[in-house]
Design a protein around this ligand. Sequence first.
Ligand code: NAD
Length: 494
Amino acid sequence: MIIDLVQGVENYIGGQWREAAGEHTTSVIDPATNEALATVPADGREGVAEAVNAAAKAYPEWKAVPPGDRIQFLFRFKQLLEEDFEAIARLISRENGKTYAEAAGELRRGIENVEVACGIPTMMQGYNLEDIARGIDETMIRQPLGVVGVITPFNFPVMIPLWFLPYAIACGNTVVLKPSEKVPLSARKVIEALERTGLPKGVVNLAHGGRAAADALIEHPEVRAISFVGSTPVAKHVYATAARHGKRVQCQGGAKNHVVVLPDADMETTTKIVGDSAFGCAGQRCLAVSTVVTVGEAHAAFRDALVETAGSLKVGSGLEPGIEMGPVITAASRSRIENAITRGIGDGARATLDGRGLRVEGYPDGNFVGPTVLDDVEANGFVASTEIFGPVLGLTPVRSLEEAIEVISRSRYGNASSIFTTSGASARKFRSEVPTGNVGVNIGVAAPMAYFPFSGWKDSFFGVLHGQGRDAVEFYTDKKVVVERWPQEWSRRF
Ligand code: NAD
């Protein structure tokens, strides 16, 4: 299958594709082969400055376009994403490494956000009350902010930009997207589709680069708000920098997600779902389960079934048919993940399945790590508390549901957790008490649909308003309250 590859990465500024400036570049790598696909500027500050200027110039006119007209571009955008679906999914798979099926899944979830943002004429409405005092009326209207910056990570090259772009644009803002320098080619496809909708020039802009480009975007005086997704240390930095510069900011950070398996769970279903959750996208999902807390006698039954399922997963290039798990993003990630496994074993965990040193036939240079299951992981140790972001699942046995909730409560992260049980009362207790923002009950990846907020807690989120749905509309608009008096005696009578 031919892949529509882009050799040189270009910025999209004010409706024009321009070579991304900068002497120093970094390579975009195919994780299955480590071949270079393209280069991106290592810095990228100049491109950001140009992109923000273009967005600021386009803003007054775009703000004046009625919401019902603005969403016509999104209807066309959805249509174009559907038409290019296979090519985009293949490109995601190529530069990120995930399987084609996983790439198609992420694109589908991204398109959902475009669909939801088409409801802006309803979602953006304010409210009013006649006669707050005699002859005086009060109205709340929402207005766009201006230029907003979007900074995204490598693991969902299309879906995460689509968590933000459609809402920001539909609300009347103009946007600068700075995608991850590891996966800039899929972002280009998204922007190309937006360009083909006939969106006015400057409404959406693409500026490539690394951390210097991100900082330039956050600090630029014309940028009113920042939407960020990435690791927790960077999320904290972005949050603090944005606040220091007086920006509205939402930062989704890293994760360490737990699943609790009770002895009454349907073990066959549980094993399959948890296996998918842990090893899907090679564990590089912010909603991937990375620790299973087994309660009582659930431990042995779950472990044995899981090791069998995980051990039979077919690992290879995500673009090959029949492959169930692709490579991790870089050689550095592979070393980091393998070192974490080694350290976990050194700390006393038992590797019942060890994915270190995996070689895949036909792909000698790929960044492959096999599914790994570490048993008896100590609840407070390195493996249990560190986001490994790879196909590594730790098992921690406990005696009771209370103890399981206690283990989860001690985590610094609060992105997601799930419980597997056939008891409604246990599920209800878990749902109520567990301190994570996304909760699954007999669900392995509790990913909110586009019309619900993506609700991380603790070190998994910094800010107030989350991405997607109604929160997105709140985030991308300012409220204006108007109090009006129009006495009859000032008017001519008709
Ligand atoms: P990352 O933090 O390294 O990079 C994210 C973005 O920030 C990129 O665009 C990058 O160029 C930029 N960046 C990197 N270092 C920076 C710095 N010092 N200053 C300013 N900008 C900087 O994240 P990643 O490795 O691309 O993505 C994986 C991480 O993202 C994982 O921790 C994962 O859990 C997290 N993630 C979270 C969610 C969520 O919804 N909570 C979703 C997806 C991914």
